[in-house]
Ligand binder design. Structure first.
Ligand code: ATP
Ligand code: MG
Length: 433
């Protein structure tokens, strides 16, 4: 036998029944977006490497060590598989002058790529839902974006504060960060002996990111460090308070985490994360914040923006952990034909039922013709369908098909092949979803 090729490490196939959970989540997300007036956008998976270097910042985990970058062998261009969605979204709105007529609310769902060590909740190809609001400066949009994520948790059956919790912070504006940066560097310099190599390397290039360290040996230095929130001016504090007021009024519980900085350089003012303690070290399910400088930084006409990204694998793991399952996607009916029944009659009938919105799985006959009734009924049971449609030679000769309930009990009935619109609704009436 020929050697079998394998998928790339950290990149997963998603097959049934797992793919059914994905489709369900995507459907819930699309309904959520429609309810909030967010429109779908789709951008390429491959972008120029420079987009992420300029957009995310050179001294970030992603740009330093996680990007899949390569040279286009045909023309030598430096390209990167997108590690996140915001930079590409901003490139696209700049390129198409998409804010010309005013602000936009957009969302996307798709794969992202990061060269990390694969483990539960951390993969090299993973999927994000992203929501981006571009062109609006007020705290109302920050608050709406957070409330929207809270609504998603509710739609999915998660309990806020128990299954998933909100942490928020404000990163202020660049001048406030500058003042804090001086104080932070001074603090870290006075504890040089306690810093790990990565922290030493980032001391002058990106000291704020040192606060994000997961190294237990550095926790005491980091805890004693000056807090950015103490350097915020009135306008930044007012923005932060406005967001908190909305959350308070909406009854969405949160914790102010003054050490929350997020991984990308582009954030300012509001940042937030939804975290869970049910997924070990991969506890951040969703994160986002304001990025008012990014549009200009990527060459666009200056405009404010705010957004979030959600890891779909982590959310699905959390739902699974909690035993939350999608409604059944079993078919309404399983159709089986016995020997001697003309195929055109069977296919015409199931086709007419499908046109009426009934989901019908047809049991295929092998090359030797239909299997025995016994084995076909076994398959019907295994399919999860609520009804069997039995095309036996006798009833078909009389222009009829047998409809046999498989799940909820009840008598089997004969239905006319000629009058499908009349009885098709009886097959969908007891759906669970
Ligand atoms: P982490 O600190 O866990 O590495 P991050 O801060 O790098 O996360 P973001 O860039 O904010 O993550 O991406 C948004 C979300 O995408 C994360 O909260 C997480 O749910 C998900 N995510 C990020 N990286 C991965 C990955 N390698 N595999 C699966 N999901 C991921
Ligand atoms: Mg990361």
């Amino acid at each position: 036998m020929a050697e079998q090729l394998k998928a790339i490490k950290g990149m997963n196939d998603i097959l049934p029944p797992e793919s059914g959970r994905w489709e369900w989540l995507e459907g819930v997300v699309r309904q959520l977006m429609r309810r909030h007036g967010y429109l779908n956008m789709r951008t390429p998976i491959v972008e120029p490497t420079a987009l992420f270097v300029r957009g995310l910042g050179e001294v970030t985990d992603i740009v330093e060590k996680e990007m899949y970058s390569f040279e286009d062998s045909l023309n030598g261009d430096r390209l990167t598989l997108r590690p996140e969605g915001t930079a590409g979204a901003v490139r696209a709105i700049n390129e198409h002058s998409f804010l010309y007529e005013g602000g936009k609310r957009l969302y996307y769902i798709g794969p992202m790529f990061r060269h990390e060590r694969p483990q539960k909740g951390r993969y090299r190809q993973f999927h994000q839902v992203g929501a981006e609001v571009l062109g609006f400066a007020g705290p109302d949009v920050d608050a709406e974006l957070i409330l929207m994520t809270a609504a998603l948790w509710r739609d999915l059956g998660l309990t806020i504060g128990q299954d998933i919790s909100l942490q928020i912070n404000s990163l202020g504006q660049p001048d406030e960060r500058q003042a804090h940066r001086q104080a932070l560097i001074a603090h870290l310099e006075s504890h040089l002996d306690l810093l790990d190599d990565e922290a030493k390397r980032r001391l002058y290039s990106n000291p704020l990111r040192i606060l994000d360290t997961k190294n237990p040996a550095m926790q005491s230095v980091v805890e004693a460090a000056p807090k950015l929130i103490d350097f915020l001016g009135d306008a930044s504090l007012a923005h932060f308070n406005a967001v908190k007021d909305v959350l308070d009024a909406a009854g969405v519980a949160y914790q102010v985490n003054t050490r929350l900085v997020r991984g990308m350089d582009y954030y300012n003012l509001t940042v937030f994360e939804w975290v869970t303690d049910k997924l070990g070290a991969q506890g951040t399910v969703c994160g986002g914040g304001r990025y008012d400088g990014l549009i200009e930084q990527l060459g666009g006409k200056p405009a404010p923006a705010v957004g979030w990204g959600l890891g779909m694998e982590r959310l699905l793991l959390l739902l699974q952990e909690l035993g939350i399952e999608p409604p059944s996607n079993a078919p309404d009916a399983f159709a089986m034909a016995f020997a001697g029944v003309p195929l055109p009659v069977v296919l015409r009938t199931v086709d007419a039922l499908r046109a009426q919105g009934v989901s019908v799985v047809l049991n295929p006959a092998g090359k030797d013709g239909p299997a025995s009734p016994k084995s076909q009924f076994k398959k019907a049971d295994a399919s999860g369908a609520r009804f069997a449609l039995v095309f036996g030679p006798d009833e078909v000769a009389q222009g009829q098909v047998t409809v046999k309930p498989l799940r909820d009990g009840g008598e089997q009935v004969l239905r006319p092949l000629a009058d499908i619109a009349n009885w098709a609704p009886s097959l969908t009436a007891s759906r669970q979803s």
